[in-house]
Design a protein around this ligand. Structure first.
Ligand code: ADE
Length: 363
């Protein structure tokens, strides 16, 4: 059977049809004995990162608004015995989008299937995933802004009516078949919400932005990770890691492992702030968490262009970086620190950036 494509007649934002046969015959979803599975083969999550992830909402530090919104949705979903509405999580990388998807599955007692848009190149990739879903499953698609148009169109009726519209055969013999699938929850994650097509964006019931974490939350995240890694880390040392992790738990955990290495080599049982500063300077991470890429970007603006403005593409070419990486990975933290401004005429490095780098006035 050749699966060619699918198309939905439903317009963007069309709510799930209450008269759909599935909606009428929807039994309770939640089986308390349901296996909470994140099949490692399927999820392809890095094991090391996985070991420090919080598994329950109560253990998830920070993102208070997100937790409040999802906490209510989880409770209402549990009470209805329904599938959770589709969720779109967006924001800079490393802030916990995948972790939150796993927490949602754990809280709902359902399985979480994890994939990313570039892995869904052929129609049969996404169809294969959708037909194998069980009632209530969570399907996590990372980098969802990179879905191709065919995959998106397969998703529309799947998201709205838990239905696949498949074209079977070719040419004059082609026919459309409609196939019921299990009610499921799509959790999409993206660093670029603006790059999602509006029909896709409109099909998410919950759209939530993840914010950079504040120092207190980061310090708590570092302390929690240190305890899990069985490290003796002073509070001031946890704060020192927190200051240098760009508001990002994934980076905090990575830096903590580098500190652990230095502590092990130097034979320090208890880790203090001086050791953190020394270990992270070794990795060229400065006191505000800027790394070599950040400093190169700011130096180029300040010393090469008198502070700017300079267009993104010009910066990317001069730095030998990809423009999207600069925009989605490097710049957000510099904007957050107030070291960079985006203007219609290009990027500007601020006075605060000049002072941080200790640059003289540009000519
Ligand atoms: N590890 C990574 N992110 C975390 C978070 N938000 N809360 C607790 N531990 C974490």
């Amino acid at each position: 059977m050749a699966i060619v494509s699918s198309a939905s007649g439903a317009g963007p934002g069309t709510p799930r049809s209450p008269s759909s046969p599935l909606a009428e015959a929807r039994p309770r979803l939640l089986d308390p004995a349901a296996q909470v599975a994140d099949d490692p083969q399927e999820s392809e999550l890095p094991q090391r990162e996985d070991s420090l992830r919080p598994r329950r909402l109560a253990d998830y530090i920070g993102q208070s608004e997100l937790k409040q919104v999802l906490g209510i949705a989880i409770e209402a979903t549990r009470a209805r015995g329904d599938a959770l509405d589709h969720v779109l999580l967006y924001g800079p990388p490393g802030l916990g989008k995948t972790t939150m998807a796993l927490v949602l599955a754990e809280e709902l007692g359902v399985r979480c299937r994890i994939t990313s848009a570039p892995a869904l190149e052929r129609p049969r990739d996404i169809v294969g995933l959708l037909v194998n879903l069980q009632r209530g499953d969570l399907l996590f698609i990372d980098e969802i802004h990179r879905l191709n148009r065919v995959a998106e169109e397969i998703l529309y009726p799947a998201m709205e009516d838990f239905r696949l519209d498949l074209t079977v055969g070719k040419g004059t013999t082609a026919r459309t078949r409609s196939l019921e699938i299990a009610p499921f929850t799509l959790v999409g994650a993206t660093t670029r919400a603006g790059a999602l097509s509006s029909p896709l964006r409109d099909r998410f019931g919950l759209i939530q932005r993840l914010e950079f974490y504040g120092l207190d939350d980061l310090q708590a995240i570092v302390a929690r990770a240190a305890a899990l890694l069985q490290l003796q880390l002073e509070n001031a040392a946890a704060l020192e890691v927190a200051r240098r992790c760009r508001g990002t738990p994934r980076i905090a955990n990575r830096l903590l492992r580098r500190v652990r290495d230095v502590a092990a080599v130097r034979g320090h049982g208890v880790i203090g702030p001086e050791l953190v500063a020394e270990a992270l300077s070794l990795h060229r991470v400065d006191g505000r968490g800027l790394d070599a890429s950040d400093r190169r970007l700011l130096s180029l603006l300040l010393e090469g262009h008198g502070g700017g403005p300079v267009g993104l593409d010009t910066l990317a070419a001069a730095l030998g970086e990809d423009a999207t990486t600069l925009e989605t990975v490097v710049e957000p933290y510099l904007l957050q620190l107030g070291f960079l401004q985006r203007t219609p005429r290009g990027r500007i490095a601020t006075e605060a950036a000049r002072q941080h780098l200790g640059c003289g006035e540009a000519a």
